[in-house]
Design a protein around this ligand. Structure first.
Ligand SMILES: [Fe+2]
Length: 218
């Protein structure tokens, strides 16, 4: 077997937005994060099918993902699940609150998507743009994990100088990197289809043995 035929990479993943009006907003969220958005494909039901590229520079072209409206069978199933559990009601099943508490503490609890940035400045600017967007800021909440303290004085100084990270009190599992979790109800995820996490990662240069850094930047 040759190297050429034995290689593989992730082909794509597929996301869903809950309501038709959420599609353009979710696409804008990804666009503000620097993702390339192809011209949406209009579908017969009036909604749009989107294709995104995490990095569309010539010679890279990697990280395709798709986004469409949550299909009707899934909408119906999740509606029944929410009704049977009385989500938000007086007889809400206690497993719902327990699940929410766990996900609030750990936004990585359910299936989610992580994007590794090559530049921390770029990442900070894009998060600021999302926060400044009047519509998106109402639909996206942030959880910030600053780099673990005491590992590198230069990294500590960079964190302290950052309005985004200086006030953060959470830390990633690994060292020399940061995580930002954007939790949004513009994407249907989790067992109740209510929200999904988009994770933004950065690892400081000089630490190739890191759980996030499998990419060689070109
Ligand atoms: Fe993650």
């Amino acid at each position: 077997m040759t190297t050429e035929t034995s290689g593989r990479s992730i082909s794509h993943f597929a996301l869903h937005y809950p309501e038709p009006s959420d599609g353009p907003l979710a696409a804008r969220l990804f666009e503000l994060l620097g993702v390339h958005v192809d011209e949406p494909l209009p579908l017969p039901d009036g909604t749009n099918f989107y294709r995104f590229w995490v990095d569309k520079r010539p010679g890279v072209n990697d990280g395709i993902f798709y986004m469409s409206r949550l299909p009707e069978p899934l909408r119906n199933l999740q509606k029944v699940i929410r009704e049977r559990l009385d989500v938000g009601g007086p007889n809400e099943d206690p497993t719902v609150a327990a699940y929410r508490t766990a996900e609030d503490y750990d936004p990585e609890l359910c299936f989610h998507v992580g994007v590794l940035f090559a530049s921390l400045d770029d990442l900070e600017e894009r998060v600021a743009a999302v926060r400044a967007d009047p519509e998106l800021s109402k639909r996206v909440s942030l959880t910030v994990n600053r780099a673990t303290k005491g590992k590198d004085p230069a990294i500590d100084a960079r964190m302290e100088a950052s309005p985004l990270f200086s006030a953060a009190e959470r830390f990633p599992y690994g060292n020399y990197g940061i995580q930002i979790f954007l939790v949004t109800d513009l994407l249907a995820g989790g067992p109740l289809g209510e929200r999904m996490t988009v994770e933004l990662d950065y690892v400081f240069p000089g630490y190739p043995e890191n759980v996030f850094t499998t990419v060689v930047w070109q």
